[in-house]
Design a protein around this ligand. Sequence first.
Ligand code: SAH
Length: 280
Amino acid sequence: MIRPRKVFGQHWLKSEKALDAIIKAAECTQGDRSDKGDRVLEIGPGTGILTRRLLPLVQSLVAVEIDRDLCELLAKQLGKTENFLLLQGDFLTLDLPSHLAAFPNFQKPNKVVANIPYNITGPIIEKLLGTIANPNPEPFDSIVLLVQKEVAERLYAKPGSRTFGALSVRVQYLAQCELICTVPAAAFQPPPKVDSAVVRLRPQKREIPALEPRRFENFLKLGFGAKRKMLRNNLQSVVERDRLTHLLEQLEINPQSRAEDLSVQQWVTLVNELGVGSRE
Ligand code: SAH
C-alpha cells in the first residue's frame, strides 16, 4: 500500500460497501455506438480503487491527480486502458477543456464521481457548480462526492433545520442535493478524524433566478451573519426593519423568521422584491 500524504488529504477508501454505494449513485452507462455513454471526471483517484471500478462501467474516465508519484503508479497500472485519461495537476487550477482538446477521444465529462480531499471541498464544489453570479454554463448531469459528514449535512439540509446555512442556500440554488449514505471513518486507511457521507448533486436551472446575483450573495452573507438572530435584525444595515417586516408578511413568511427558516425560493423572492429602494 502507498503511504498516504497528509498534505494532499490522502485517505484511501477501503470499504466495499461505500464503493458500491458511490458506483450505484453515479448511475453510469457505458453506452454503445448509437447511445452515448457517460464521460466521467474523477478528482483525486489516489491509488485507483474507485477508478478501477468505474472504468468498465463508463464510456470514458478522465482523472485529475495532484500527486506525481501516484500518477506514475496509476499510469503504470492503468495507462493502457483505452477509455482512461490521467492528468497530473491541481484540479482547482487546471484548465480541463484545454487539456482535453489534445485528446479527441475524450469529450467533455458529463458526470463527476470522486472521493475528494476534504481540505478543498468548498473550492471543488464551487469549481464544479460555479457560483450564483456565475453558474457553470455547461452543468454536469450529476456529481457524486464523498465528503466530510458535517459538510454533507449542510449540503442537503432542509430549511428550518439546524444545519441549513448560507452554504446550503448557495449550493441548493445551483443543484438538488441528496444524501446517499454515511460512511464511517473506519472505511478509510488511514481513518480521517471525522465521519463522511456520499452526496449526489444534480445541477438545475432555477425557474425564478436571483435578478441581482451579487446582491443576493451579499444578503445571504448578512442574513446568516449573526447566528440565531431574526432576519430583520441581521439585515438592518441594508433594509429598514419595517419595510422588511411588511414584505415578509406580504410573502406570507413569519416576520420573526431567522435566515435559516426561509427556503431557497423564498430567499430569491425576498431579495428580488427588495430590489427597489433598499439602503445598500
Ligand atoms: N479516490 C481515492 C483517494 C482519495 S484521497 C480513494 O478513494 O482511495 C484524495 C485524493 O485527492 C488523493 O489521491 C490526493 O493526492 C488527491 N488530491 C489532493 N489535492 C488534489 C488537487 N488539488 N487536485 C487533484 N487531486 C488532489
